[in-house]
Design a protein around this ligand. Structure first.
Ligand code: CA
Length: 256
């Protein structure tokens, strides 16, 4: 019931939960999504959104920041407690704090109002492409006690499963495969988010969230390092990240 394993990239198999209290905007966005072939559920307030998310198990949630009752940030926070479903937050123009707050609460992406519905549909497709497994998966990679498996999109740390959002997973996978290489936020937003431009604080927030999940002490990161004035790199003091060979039974790599 809670599985999200649809393996087709076809929009017709994908269910979007659209949470928007402004009826005219909701209707326009719904029409664009339907035209693109998606199935759409609609909610006009936060509580209905949470109820529908639980019962309908959407493949992606479009979540307005300003909602009556329970606001979008709180809805996102509660969603994250039980689901890893991709979330696109819709915020008002010029409210950077709101946008950052949305990302902090676990949104994968955001658009600002007023937005182009076509752009939103492109964002939806881009995010869904990342979260489905209809391509030949890359081999697993492990480093510093982290084991990341693209096929199942799971990460464990010393054997303990980590709950990562779609973009957190992609960012970690990208950096783990390129240990010790420094990437600027511009490079990361292009490589991981697939954006030609975008708010670079999106990267900053995701790095911070990732650190809280993978670092022993997030304020003194040992894995996901900041290179001042340049960007970020994945470091590994224990051993280098190496692909795990499928027939390697021992799973031991490198030394201290
Ligand atoms: Ca609203």
């Amino acid at each position: 019931m809670t599985t999200n394993t649809a393996s087709s990239a076809e929009p017709g198999n994908r269910r979007i939960l659209l949470v928007e209290d402004e009826q005219t905007i909701a209707d326009v966005v719904r029409d664009y999504l339907l035209k693109a072939g998606f199935q759409v559920d609609m909610a006009g307030d936060g509580f209905t959104a949470l109820k529908l998310a639980a019962s309908r198990q959407p493949d992606l949630v479009i979540l307005d920041r300003m909602l009556p009752g329970l606001d979008g940030v709180e809805v996102c926070r509660r969603l994250r407690q039980s689901m890893s479903v991709p979330v696109i937050m819709v915020t008002a123009l010029g409210t950077e704090d709101d946008r950052i707050l949305g990302l902090e609460m676990g949104a994968d992406d955001y658009v600002t109002k007023p937005f182009s519905p076509r752009e939103l549909v492109l964002r939806v497709k881009s995010l869904l492409r990342r979260s489905i497994k209809d391509f030949a998966p890359e081999p697993p990679v492990e480093a510093a006690g982290l084991e990341l498996d693209p096929a199942s999109r799971t990460v464990t740390h010393d054997g303990v499963p980590l709950a990562l959002t779609v973009r957190e997973f992609d960012l970690l996978a990208f950096l783990m495969r390129r240990p010790h290489q420094v990437f600027s936020r511009e490079e990361l937003i292009k490589a991981v988010w697939g954006w030609d431009f975008g708010d670079l604080s999106t990267v900053t927030v995701h790095v911070r969230r990732l650190r809280e999940k993978i670092e022993t002490n997030p304020t003194k990161p040992e894995l996901l390092k900041t290179v001042w004035g340049v960007g970020y790199r994945f470091d590994n003091k224990r051993y280098d990240a190496v692909p795990v060979s499928p027939d390697d039974e021992e799973g031991e790599h490198g030394g201290q």
